[in-house]
Design a protein around this ligand. Structure first.
Ligand code: HEC
Ligand code: HEC
Ligand code: HEC
Ligand code: HEC
Ligand code: HEC
Ligand code: HEC
Ligand code: HEC
Ligand code: HEC
Ligand code: HEC
Length: 393
């Protein structure tokens, strides 16, 4: 019995030590030991084959050994486990990465023999593969732009040879990057939220609107209600991108509204005039909001109770925000509906505060008059009393 135990422990020890690859490859052994694969007892030979128990190179690298130096092999290697539902079920992991990859710009080009495209290990690393939730993973949300930027940035990519395209740099200058990387707003897209993770492909004409509309649904709805929706697709213009940059997307500024129309409509044309008029609507609403803010500040110094007014000013601002997507209808009356809601709410606030302030002034005046008569009465009474006293004396 004891002998059996000893034998078993011995066998187990031998099992644990059966991988000798690390003896000659200490660097890879350390890298691998930090990975999620190592935690799940995946060994060198699960990917490289060979004879793991051997301690001489020739033997170790014998049998079904593969060096994996050809990049073309890699997706298929990873797919051996990751596309197999039976193996992945226990981990509740999707098994679609390989299938999607094959439909991607990367996968299609790899089949054509372009080995400079991304394969699984370019985005995930080779020996220290981590879960994407791990902040050290190259696929952690904040690290994705740099991961793609290894190839799609820094002076351009083989893919863009001859062009100046630098998607990483453009993206880093966008409102989306500022939201995600500086403000930590994880609703803002990195590269893969627009392109797909494993199926990375640029969106084509007719699809851009849907893609941006995943997040900007009000803008998309308004755009679809506009005369632009069908005419732009017919003209081969990529919807949202006819007016907004895809990578260097800039924050909205109503001051540039009419300017944006000039790209396609002549100065002085009916369409341009609509753009100008919409701009004026925004400018007037902004002015009224600013004025209301000043009036509230004045009331606060009196002091008046202003919490209610501040809440209503916020509501007026919200109407103005709702007017922005409505710009995409390029209909003056649609925009006017929201901006005038905003303006009239601001005017209402001003009128109420003005009313209260003049009430207050009136009350103060009455108070002064009241005190004046009171003091006068006291003085007169005092005066007559003194007189009466003098008489008696
Ligand atoms: C006795 C030492 C030794 C053992 C044991 C050993 N290797 Fe190697 N291995 C080497 C040497 C030496 C090289 C060549 C290094 C070079 O070219 O820079 C090498 C190269 C490699 C390469 C790169 C091949 C290439 O074409 O560049 C891989 C992959 C590799 N080994 C994997 C393994 C795996 C997996 C095991 C265990 C099954 C293993 N090795 C066991 C010594 C060893
Ligand atoms: C999940 C699969 C996987 C596992 C597990 C794995 N490797 Fe690798 N290894 C690769 C791939 C893929 C490459 C090809 C190079 C690349 O894509 O970076 C590679 C490359 C190598 C190389 C060549 C390095 C070079 O600079 O070219 C060596 C050596 C190596 N592996 C050793 C090991 C050893 C030792 C272990 C175990 C401690 C191990 N590998 C575990 C997938 C794996
Ligand atoms: C021998 C089977 C096997 C091979 C080959 C394999 N993996 Fe894995 N992989 C696993 C298992 C098992 C896990 C652990 C899943 C878990 O714990 O969530 C895993 C986890 C992962 C994860 C983390 C998933 C998560 O939970 O977020 C990534 C990423 C990953 N592997 C990528 C790769 C890549 C890239 C390759 C090819 C270089 C590869 N794997 C090769 C079995 C394998
Ligand atoms: C162009 C970069 C890129 C390539 C190539 C790539 N991945 Fe990923 N992968 C990612 C990113 C980014 C995530 C993180 C997704 C997330 O957090 O939602 C991810 C997530 C994963 C996960 C976690 C589960 C999941 O689907 O979210 C696995 C497993 C995985 N990849 C395996 C692979 C395999 C296998 C290949 C090769 C066939 C591969 N990946 C190729 C970027 C890539
Ligand atoms: C290892 C380098 C490398 C990495 C990393 C990489 N790519 Fe690529 N990518 C390429 C190459 C090379 C091409 C050109 C393929 C071709 O010839 O059509 C390409 C093509 C593309 C295309 C298709 C372009 C087109 O016009 O068809 C998209 C979209 C893309 N990549 C997005 C991404 C995203 C998103 C990431 C990160 C999640 C990423 N790539 C990571 C090398 C890379
Ligand atoms: C807000 C969505 C969005 C984000 C974020 C985004 N892209 Fe794109 N990308 C697009 C669209 C849309 C196109 C298609 C442009 C066209 O059809 O003219 C595109 C095109 C591309 C192309 C094809 C060549 C080109 O420049 O037109 C590559 C490569 C690419 N993107 C890579 C990236 C990388 C890398 C990142 C992250 C650093 C990224 N994209 C971030 C929407 C986005
Ligand atoms: C994954 C969600 C997501 C996708 C996809 C997306 N965006 Fe955004 N976008 C955001 C977030 C979040 C912000 C910052 C918050 C805000 O202002 O709405 C933003 C901001 C903007 C802004 C500036 C808004 C402002 O008020 O200053 C514009 C313009 C914009 N995006 C256009 C686009 C275009 C065009 C596309 C498609 C090419 C696109 N977005 C795709 C989430 C997204
Ligand atoms: C005809 C030109 C044009 C087209 C096409 C267009 N936009 Fe705009 N967009 C504008 C103008 C003008 C503004 C307001 C001023 C500015 O940002 O320069 C704006 C503002 C925005 C804003 C910020 C205001 C808000 O709604 O929060 C977002 C987001 C936006 N657009 C998304 C989109 C999306 C998504 C599409 C495609 C469905 C699209 N745009 C198509 C011209 C356009
Ligand atoms: C990228 C090009 C492009 C931009 C930028 C653009 N438009 Fe247009 N617009 C078109 C096309 C194409 C049509 C349909 C053909 C036509 O009627 O001229 C159109 C039609 C219209 C129409 C309907 C005209 C009619 O007679 O039915 C209006 C209104 C309009 N645009 C307003 C605007 C406004 C306002 C702006 C600026 C915010 C703007 N457009 C920016 C391309 C553009």
């Amino acid at each position: 019995m004891i002998l059996l135990l000893i034998l078993l422990t011995g066998a187990q020890l031998a099992g644990a030590q059966s991988e000798q690859c690390g003896l000659c490859h200490p660097e890879e052994r350390v890298e691998h030991s930090l990975s999620i694969h190592s935690q799940e007892f995946i060994q060198c030979s699960d990917c490289h084959g060979g004879r793991p128990a051997a301690i001489n190179e020739e033997q170790a690298h014998g049998g079904d050994f593969q060096s994996l130096q050809s990049r073309k092999q890699i997706p298929r290697l990873c797919a051996r486990c990751h596309a197999d539902p039976a193996q992945m079920r226990a981990y509740n992991l999707p098994t679609d990465q390989y299938a999607l990859y094959q439909t991607s710009g990367h996968g299609l080009a790899l089949v054509e023999g372009n080995e400079s495209v991304a394969v699984c290990t370019d985005c995930h690393g080779t020996h220290t593969i981590l879960r994407s939730e791990d902040p050290n993973s190259p696929t952690f949300i904040r690290n994705i732009p740099e991961t793609c930027g290894q190839c799609h940035g820094k002076g351009g990519l083989q893919a863009d040879a001859g062009t100046e395209a630098n998607q990483l740099q453009d993206y880093l200058e966008s409102v989306h990057a500022r939201e995600l990387l500086e403000k930590g707003n994880t609703n803002a897209p990195e590269c893969s939220r627009c392109h797909g993770i494993h199926g990375a492909a640029p969106a084509g004409v007719g699809d851009v609107g849907k893609m941006c509309g995943n997040c900007h649904s009000a803008a998309l709805r308004a755009f679809r209600d506009s005369p632009h929706a069908s005419s732009m697709v017919e003209a081969g213009l990529p919807e949202c991108l006819a007016c907004h940059a895809h990578h260097k997307t800039q924050p909205s500024r109503y001051q540039q509204m009419a300017q944006a129309c000039l790209n396609c409509h002549a100065q002085g044309s009916d369409q341009y005039v609509i753009g100008e008029k919409m701009e004026v609507l925004f400018a007037r609403a902004e002015e009224e909001l600013e004025h209301a803010r000043e009036v509230i500040a004045r009331a606060e110094r009196v002091p008046l109770y202003v919490e209610d007014y501040l809440a209503r000013l916020e509501e007026a601002r919200t109407f103005l925000l709702e007017a922005e997507p409505a710009v995409h209808t390029v209909s003056f009356s649609d925009v006017d509906r929201f901006t005038s809601l905003s303006r009239s709410l601001a005017e209402e606030i001003e009128a109420e505060i003005d009313g209260k302030l003049s009430d207050l002034r009136l009350r103060r005046l009455l108070l002064v008059v009241f005190w004046f008569y009171l003091l006068l009465t006291v003085w007169i009474l005092h005066h007559y009393r003194q007189k009466a006293l003098k008489h008696r004396a």
